[in-house]
Design a protein around this ligand. Structure first.
Ligand SMILES: [Zn+2]
Length: 133
């Protein structure tokens, strides 16, 4: 596969440069040769792991909101229990799950995980079938 842009990639900051050696931007050494399929796969994996960490972190931020907000609202407006045609426990647990999901989705819309190697695309390549350039 032919890549667009400089072949040497910094796994730390995502910087790219024409020559091997230390990263010109952050000093990370050694750089990764993006002309190798295995290295591109490694960089994609790093972005995926970063995305997973972001999802977990935003979920852990959403959970306290999902617990506290329904408790505050239901405690201050107990009339809700009369209006909702479900057992009180189901109303509490359901609203906790609902608020957690809404906050989590909101956080994921507001903030995006850092993607350093977006130029690689999402498609995973098969190893060992590289065309000679
Ligand atoms: Zn760097």
């Amino acid at each position: 596969m032919k890549i667009d842009g400089a072949p040497w990639v910094c796994s730390e900051c995502g910087g790219r440069q024409e020559t091997a050696g230390a990263c010109a931007a952050c000093g990370e050494d050694p750089l990764v040769d993006a002309r190798e399929a295995e290295m591109r796969e490694l960089l994609r994996e790093m972005d995926l792991r970063r995305k997973d960490r972001f999802e977990r972190r935003t979920l852990w931020i959403a959970i306290p909101f999902g617990i506290v907000l329904p408790v505050l609202v239901l405690a201050s407006l107990p009339v809700i229990f009369d209006l909702v045609p479900a057992p009180p426990l189901l109303t509490v647990v359901g609203s906790m799950i609902g608020v957690t999901l809404v906050v989590w989705i909101g956080l994921r819309k507001l903030f995006k995980p850092k993607v350093r190697f977006a130029w690689l695309g999402d498609s995973h390549e098969e190893f060992g079938h590289e065309e000679l350039e």
